[in-house]
Design a protein around this ligand. Sequence first.
Ligand SMILES: *[C@@H]1O[C@H](CO)[C@@H](O)[C@H](O)[C@H]1NC(C)=O
Ligand SMILES: *[C@@H]1O[C@H](CO)[C@@H](O)[C@H](O)[C@H]1NC(C)=O
Ligand SMILES: *[C@@H]1O[C@H](CO)[C@@H](O)[C@H](O)[C@H]1NC(C)=O
Length: 653
Amino acid sequence: MFSLIFVVGLLTQLVASDLPTNYEYFTSNGIHSGLSADQSEFILNGKTLKIYSGAIHYFRVPRAYWRDRIRKLRAAGCNAVETYIAWNLHEYESGSYDFGGGGSEMSDFLYLEEFIKTAQEEDLFVIIRSGPFICAEFEFGGYPSFILRDGEKLWVRTNNEYYMNYVSRWFNVLMPILAKHQFTKGGAIIMFQVENEYALTGYQDHNYLWHLRQLMLDNGIVELLVTADNPWKGTAGTYTEYFLMTGNFDSDVEKNLDDLKALQPGRPLMVMEYWSGWFDYWSRSHTTKTLDNFKTNYSAILAYPASVNLYMFIGGTSFGFLSGAQNLAFDDLNTGFLPMTNSYDYSALLAENGDYTDKYWAAKELLAQYNTIQTKLPDTPELISRVYYPWVSMEKQLELSYLIAQAPSFQTSSPVSMENMDINNGSGQSYGYVVYRKRGLNLPKNSVLKIEGRVCDTVIVLVNGKRVSPVLEKAADLNNFGTWRVNDSTLVLNSEELVDAQLDLLVSNWGRVNVGAYRQYKGIWQGDVLINDEPIYSWIMYALEFKQSWTNNLKYWQDVSSVVDNSSPTLYKGYLWIDGTPGDTYVYMEEWTKGVVIVNGFVLSRYSKMGPQQTLYLPAPLLKEGQNEIVVFEEFTPATQVKFVIEPVYNNH
Ligand SMILES: *[C@@H]1O[C@H](CO)[C@@H](O)[C@H](O)[C@H]1NC(C)=O
Ligand SMILES: *[C@@H]1O[C@H](CO)[C@@H](O)[C@H](O)[C@H]1NC(C)=O
Ligand SMILES: *[C@@H]1O[C@H](CO)[C@@H](O)[C@H](O)[C@H]1NC(C)=O
């Protein structure tokens, strides 16, 4: 009996180690054809398959962790990884590109070819969703903000000439890079998605979709082209002659797949976005999706059966200023603005920090049950541990006026948007804060400031360097002066007469809308700024972008003041000493009010006490052995220390 069990056990082991890899299974007899969708099943190189994919955005995970996250995906039993391409990061200024090592702020995240090769080394195929529009709860849906400088004549997501000029230039750079990594050229990419949820625009501009396809073909793209839309939108977002339509949804699985099948009889079924969780907005409560919901809907897709991409497998982080926003009013005036948090944890299969969640183990079990093709899987990688670093006391400070003195500036008669400042080699300002300064004002007592239209997105008003506008601390404060919610807002500036006064308006950009409205200018641009009903002209604008080289070279730091002072936005600096190899951690910011945290020059994240996000995931690759600079730009009331925790904290105020 004992020996029989032993023999059976040994046989199973032999069989498991004899299994082919994914690539061996599909390519051991050479590569003759790419993915075909011309029949009811996908066929890759002569063999039928279901695509079991998971989304990992290379720009939301530090490069040093790509292999870890990708191997975890393969170990779950998936055979493909899906990523969007972030145009705004790669073309960081108009006509200037970075695919890793190019010196832009996000440079280390942009080694796109390395990401694709890593996926192939880890035995996964790659699905590329190259937009140009990607949505993704990402800043401006992946668009670079410099396209806004073309004004009214440019219209995104249509065959508009001005828009397509930018798209053509970009695709002519991007597509040749991707073409080298296609499956039939020996690479990993089996599928390209064109545009994203295009039906939602209502444009139905088939010339636009055709034009995008043509740009791809002209640049050597030969693999399968698809589109992705909600099935209840019909074929409004696709061009069935040229693309396989895939579906995005998370419930009513049978009905949605039946609809998709009816829309394209005799073709393979794929869910491009099965939403494993959801994202968070600043000022609203933290969202999750239950394990039961996940299991029910995901297994219904597998059982149907259909191919499926888990959106997200790991959400990761929208670092720095890169989180997106919604506009619930779908206008261009910021009326229904609702910004998203920087954490893109998404309640996905892996947590933002790379930990396995219960959804991971559930999916691994379901995939083992439903996948009929047995291939060799790696062991699930060990977890990466996290560290409670000692609290860091703030030692140095730099008030707003010192920052302004060191910032790029621009003179203008009336206020313009940050994108329209003539800085950054003609590309304008994309991210961060912009200050509008007016000098030499004589202000009778109780002078009234009026900002026409809506500020994009929040403003702090200072008179002679002292803040006179209210604190933005709680969600309810969004109804006060100084936020996007207030139209034609007014504020009393002074209770005593002032001569030769200086007025500063510090405007914070909370992220551009990633779907639905496209004139996403930031700053003050919807009208004039008036005092006592007289428009004010002749402003100097200052860009506070917090670019790495700028922040690292700031001068005039002073010792931190012993009195907590919230009369002016201020930059604070402290030092975290690390012995040995750094570990992952979270920065806990609930004791501060609102601003950004910068680690060794890299803008890690926004923070806002209103929540729900109170902790900022700080991955070890952003830290180093020895001294690390922790810089906080606090707009209102600072704390004296920055604290570290090892689990995320969600709270609303
Ligand atoms: C400015 O932009 C142009 C393209 O518009 C580019 O060729 C040039 O290299 C850029 N200059 C700098 C200094 O980045
Ligand atoms: C699928 O998910 C939806 C939304 O998350 C949920 O309401 C529904 O109960 C789930 N479907 C099933 C069949 O459980
Ligand atoms: C803002 O207020 C002005 C005048 O009070 C009004 O004409 C305009 O429609 C308002 N705009 C928005 C977007 O609420």
